[in-house]
Design a protein around this ligand. Structure first.
Ligand SMILES: Nc1ncnc2c1ncn2[C@@H]1O[C@H](COP(=O)(O)OP(=O)(O)OP(=O)(O)O)[C@@H](O)[C@H]1O
Length: 257
């Protein structure tokens, strides 16, 4: 579903978090939001998902919501707080409770979400039996089981070690090739932005304003290929050059809080 962020600003009391954000996101597109700490990335994600009412401006949607979508939006966070007493399948099914679905449809949705995240053989396992990466896959499956039109990802891989993060990046790309959501991806990790996003939106220090929008022309599915290795390095360099000075300033500011 295409998203339209129209002149969005937000303040928390006297703290101005976001100013004048104007951005259209196409159907099926992945947009990464990067910027120094405190520049309003999570605030913008909250506004897009309807958790927060912006102080000014609005977010609208065009097009039809897919007919099998139970929720227009779903969040994926770094920590899903899975229920330890429930199996993997029952954790994934949590998002379907209180929904008017037949038992067969419920089973079919859970099975499809498990298959999409490579968890089919772990359906009966419990969270404590799983590695951090597998637990995060359960969280991702729980988000996908409602077949959201828009996926809002807030640092989904930041709690994972470097190798697991690498695997999960590959998984996300494989999942995105098979489901058709529109995605907004907040990250501090420039490599994730360069690998996973069609466009990267660089926000300035607080109040966050759009500083630059970088379109990466190579399709995400092809970016892992050796011939594009220099592209990723170049994008990473460019993104870092855009935010470095503000990251330094934001870092110093935080130390005085
Ligand atoms: N509920 C709140 N009340 C007051 N100020 C808030 C609240 N939530 C966020 N802020 C402030 O608004 C600004 C933007 O916060 P936000 O969490 O959106 O930034 P961020 O870019 O996601 O930060 P980070 O990269 O550190 O996760 C920050 O200065 C933060 O301290």
């Amino acid at each position: 579903m295409p998203l339209h962020i129209e002149k969005v600003s937000h303040s928390y009391g006297t703290v101005e978090a976001l100013a004048d954000i104007e951005l259209d996101i196409a159907d099926g597109e992945t947009v990464a939001l990067i910027g120094p700490s405190g520049c309003g990335k999570s605030t913008l994600l909250g506004i897009v998902g309807g958790l927060l009412e912006p102080t000014a401006g609005r977010v609208t949607f065009s097009g039809q919501m897919p007919s099998d979508s139970l929720n227009p939006f779903t969040y994926i966070f770094q920590d899903f707080a899975l229920l330890p007493w429930r199996s993997v399948a029952d954790n994934v099914g949590l998002a379907l409770e209180h929904r008017a679905l037949s038992a067969a449809e419920r089973r079919e949705r859970i099975a499809a979400a498990l298959a999409l995240t490579g968890l089919t053989e772990f359906a009966a396992a419990y969270p404590k039996q799983l590695s951090g990466g597998m637990r995060q896959r359960v969280g991702i499956a729980r988000a996908l089981v409602v077949r959201p039109a828009v996926l809002l990802l807030d640092e989904p891989l930041s709690a994972l070690d470097a190798q697991t993060r690498e695997l999960l990046m590959e998984d996300l790309l494989a999942i995105w090739a098979r489901e058709k959501s529109t995605r907004v991806y907040v990250t501090h990790n420039l490599e994730e932005a360069a690998r996973l996003a069609d466009r990267v939106v660089v926000l300035s220090r607080r109040p966050g304003r759009i500083r630059e929008v970088i379109a990466i022309d190579v399709p995400v599915a092809e970016r892992g290929q050796a011939r594009h290795a220099t592209l990723l390095v170049e994008v990473h360099k460019k993104l870092w050059s855009l935010i470095r000075d503000e990251v330094v300033t934001a870092d110093r500011e935080m130390q005085h809080v």
